[in-house]
Design a protein around this ligand. Structure first.
Ligand code: NAD
Length: 286
């Protein structure tokens, strides 16, 4: 398997922009693809913001020119065929919608070079839901990043039964080369490893709250002191953002929908959307 050098990222939203920037930061040439040039203009400002964030958060080398150099290694395209013409690896981070992903993979399979590996960053769709559309199931797998890739640097690598083991190893190596910690899954699992652990914790915490057993502060304190973890479940929800927590909860069972109503009434409707806006379960403004 040849080295994966030229990387194309499809989608320049929350995660796609972070994946593209982190990859460029680690010395790779990256093509950032999105649906039109207006969206790509927004992507440019996302990359500028990421460069500033890497400097502000003292990511190694950021202040010594690496953050700005990364911006020079990113090129932009809204033409799919052009975007992937040299790609060894395409990382897909487009919306979590089967129809959109299907359409994109069908087009991609026709225009990408035969050697190109495709990786999906999908959080809830399994790669086996998508592999039939790729035209190359043996060169397709999931490479799943966490939000804030420069600090939360897990990259979960999950193949299907069709994925070539050599492709899997090449993607694990690539993940390491962009300063990720590869988390190798032996088989497909909805939620990967991280969300398989995290979601039950957050659901248990939300039940304790809506059942009136304890307040967020008390629940978080219990988790921190009892396990040595740096943050508790409600602090995690504040970091994720309560709109996202709400959206996920509305799609769950009865207890989760009850929690969705609770956070809408008590937090979201009052503009308390989480750490990003300075207030959620906790007030960060002080
Ligand atoms: P987002 O909505 O922020 O960004 C999606 C981007 O894809 C946008 O720039 C949009 O213009 C673009 N897009 C829309 N249609 C497209 C198309 N047909 N072709 C190419 N690009 C298209 O979404 P996101 O939060 O970055 O999520 C993207 C993927 O990453 C999803 O599969 C999601 O499950 C996964 N993911 C998200 C997170 C997260 O915390 N946001 C974490 C891990 C994985």
């Amino acid at each position: 398997m040849t080295e994966l050098k030229n990387i194309t990222v499809l989608g320049t939203g929350v995660l796609g922009s972070q994946i593209a920037y982190q990859t460029a930061y680690c010395g790779f040439d990256v093509v950032a693809y999105d649906i039109n040039d207006d969206v790509l203009e927004i992507a440019k400002s996302r990359f500028d913001t990421l460069a500033a964030t890497y400097k502000a958060e003292n990511v190694a080398g950021a202040a010594e020119g690496k953050a700005d150099a990364a911006l020079q290694r990113i090129t932009y395209s809204s033409d799919l065929a052009q975007a992937v013409i040299k790609a060894d690896l395409v990382i897909e981070a487009i919306p979590e919608d089967l129809g959109i992903k299907r359409d994109t993979y069908e087009k991609l399979s026709e225009v990408a070079p035969a050697h190109t590996i495709f990786a999906t960053n999908s959080s809830t769709l399994l790669p086996s839901d998508l592999k039939a559309f790729t035209g190359r199931p043996e060169k397709f797998l999931a490479l799943h990043f966490a939000n804030h890739v420069w600090v939360n640097n897990t990259a979960e690598v999950m193949g299907t039964t069709s994925t070539d083991p050599a492709v899997y190893r090449a993607v694990v190596k690539f993940a390491e080369s962009i300063n990720m910690v590869p988390i190798e899954l032996k088989k497909e699992k909805a939620g990967y490893v991280l969300n398989s652990l995290l979601v039950p914790l957050l659901n248990a915490a939300s039940d304790l709250l809506t059942d009136g057993i304890a307040d967020p502060e008390m629940i978080d304190k219990t988790w921190r002191i009892g396990t040595g973890a740096p943050v508790g479940p409600f602090q995690i929800m504040d970091i994720v953002g309560l709109t996202t927590v709400y959206n996920i909860s509305t799609q769950g069972g009865e207890k989760q929908r009850e929690f969705a109503d609770y956070i809408k009434k008590n937090y979201i409707d009052q503009g308390k959307l989480g750490a990003g806006v300075g207030e959620g379960f906790y007030n960060y403004k002080a």
